[in-house]
Design a protein around this ligand. Structure first.
Ligand SMILES: O=c1[nH]c(=O)c2[nH]c(=O)[nH]c2[nH]1
Length: 291
């Protein structure tokens, strides 16, 4: 332990690293993509006293470098299992940092299922396992109940089949055209039933959910706006008793990581999943002439 002479105050246990790098690795060797969605935190411990007591960074591998290694190893090593990936990453960080006695790598993996279309899992459209919430809001007056059903936190992603280009540009626009991007959102959807309708609510819920997912999976997307409109049309077409449907959809941006400085190419394989800010796309699809 280092001590400041005469004060009796010393540096205690310490470690440092980069927390919560959100790595999305798409395996796209064939048209049937795989997705690995990780939250990775790294931490080094050892003799880093000088950084605290003397402001000496000579033994400090920057947390920024740790983050770069997280993404580079998602490409170089792959992330077939969190354990193998974490062992490879931890070993590398330890080797790269002479003062480190150990490297701790924590990995959380979020599970995705393929969206079912005609009984088969889609090649490149996925839904996050668990987490979604079914909702209902009912207003009762003397005229009877008015029912709005819905869901929130239905997280979906397609790893291809999405573009965004041809948009308005001004002097503050830096976004490049995207011909092939990840499209991901956490859907909040509310659909309103015609007054007096008494469908089997749960059957309708399952049907609407399936239509939303199928349409998301099978519709080529030129913008999240177009995808929402397509999903709304599919639901209103199939369900006469639904008069309108409202969407609130955060555009969960996935940015391609530049791995060139590390001698690695990245043809749509390694992404950083940003949590904020996010685009928020909201739209209703309504049946003409109904409340
Ligand atoms: O689907 C999209 N819609 C937008 O309005 C938009 N704006 C943006 O920057 N990216 C996107 N993506």
């Amino acid at each position: 332990m280092s001590t400041r002479e005469g004060t009796g105050i010393v540096l205690g246990p310490n470690r440092y690293g980069k927390a919560e790098s959100r790595v999305v690795r798409i395996v796209r060797d064939t048209t049937r993509h795989e997705i690995h969605d990780l939250n990775v935190s790294t931490s080094l411990y050892g003799d880093f006293a000088a950084a605290h007591t003397d402001g000496d960074q000579s033994q400090v591998l920057p947390t920024d470098t740790q983050k770069n290694t997280v993404f580079a190893f998602a490409k170089r090593h792959g992330v077939a299992s969190p354990e193998d990936y974490a062992i490879a990453l931890g070993t590398r960080l330890l080797e790269a940092t002479p003062a480190a006695k150990g490297a701790v790598v924590q990995v959380e993996e979020y599970a995705w299922d393929r969206i079912p279309v005609n009984g088969f899992g889609h090649d490149h459209a996925f839904v996050r396992r668990g987490g979604e919430v079914r909702t209902a809001v009912v207003e009762v007056t003397s005229a009877g109940p008015s029912v709005t059903s819905g869901l929130k936190d239905l997280v979906v992603l397609k790893s291809t089949g999405s573009e965004f280009k041809g948009f308005l540009r001004d002097e503050y626009t830096t976004l490049p055209d995207a011909d092939d991007r990840i499209l991901a959102t956490a859907l909040r959807v509310d659909w309103h039933h015609r007054d007096g309708a008494r469908p089997d609510w749960s059957t309708t819920y399952e049907s609407v959910r399936a239509l939303l997912l199928e349409t998301f999976a099978t519709t080529y997307s030129r913008a999240l706006q177009e995808t929402l409109y397509a999903m709304g049309r599919a639901v209103l077409t199939a369900h006469e008793d639904i008069t309108r449907i409202a969407f609130s959809a955060p555009n969960k941006h996935h940015f391609l990581v530049d791995l060139e400085p590390f001698g690695l190419d990245n043809p749509g394989e390694v992404f950083i999943a940003a949590d904020r800010p996010y685009g928020l796309i909201e739209a209703e699809v309504v049946r003409e002439g109904t409340a």
